[in-house]
Ligand binder design. Structure first.
Ligand code: GRF
Length: 211
């Protein structure tokens, strides 16, 4: 089993990009071990792209509607990502499922505002609230072809308070989510990681398994 490392990050966004900003801020310190080499999006006019531009990080946009088929978009965004030779692709609020051209070429990390496997999909916060859970949280996982189904790398819990609505709860989760994402990406970059079935381990573990 080989230990992957992640120095060069391509981050994908669809919205405000506060998770991206947290990665940009962390990687300003060389000892963090990773840096954002490009930011991609599936739409124009979003704050996430402006954050990249302000940080002098190159950007690219691939809109699904510009392609006749999903397969063509999958190939186009994979080619754009590949041009920056990432060690790790981070889907940080990117509202598209990546296809095999990207997933087969690069490890992809995804962040989700719920404790998977509960409440996957685009409305994880709303669904958790509607279910009446008292604790929710966020999950950082390796992406596969499913919707939030990949191997879990890290999770953190967040309490649900009595007066929460979706927006308030999501903001409370995002404070924890940004911290978890920055810590997880940094550790993966500095220590490497291994995947065995659904189990992800960060760091070079001895103890039976060769790495
Ligand atoms: C995050 O909570 C992410 O998990 C979800 O959308 C939010 C994106 O926030 N899919 P931002 O764009 O990083 O501010």
């Amino acid at each position: 089993m080989c230990v992957s490392k992640a120095g060069r990050l391509v981050v994908l966004v669809s919205g405000s990009g506060t998770n991206l900003q947290a990665l940009l801020d962390a990687s300003a310190d060389p000892s963090y071990g990773a840096r954002v080499v490009a930011v991609g999006a599936d739409r124009e006019g979003i704050e996430g792209l402006d954050r990249a531009t302000r940080a002098n990080v190159p950007t690219f946009v691939e809109k699904l509607g510009d392609y006749a088929t999903r397969a063509e978009w999958d190939a186009a965004i994979a080619a754009k990502i590949a041009a920056y030779e990432p060690d790790l692709v981070v889907s940080a609020g990117f509202m598209k499922i990546l296809g095999t051209p990207t997933l087969d070429a690069f490890p992809v990390l995804n962040t989700h505002p719920a404790l998977l496997p509960s409440f996957p999909g685009a409305h994880g916060v709303r669904d958790a609230l509607a279910h009446g859970v008292k604790v929710t949280g966020c999950t950082v996982m390796l992406a596969d072809e499913g919707v939030d189904t990949g191997p879990i790398v890290a999770q953190a819990a967040v309490p649900v308070l009595a007066d929460d609505d979706e927006a308030v709860l999501h903001e409370r989760i995002k404070v924890v989510e940004r911290r978890l994402l920055v810590e997880t990406v940094g550790r993966m970059a500095r220590e490497g990681w291994t995947v065995s079935g659904r189990t992800v381990r960060i760091g070079n573990h001895t103890g039976g398994e060769s790495t």
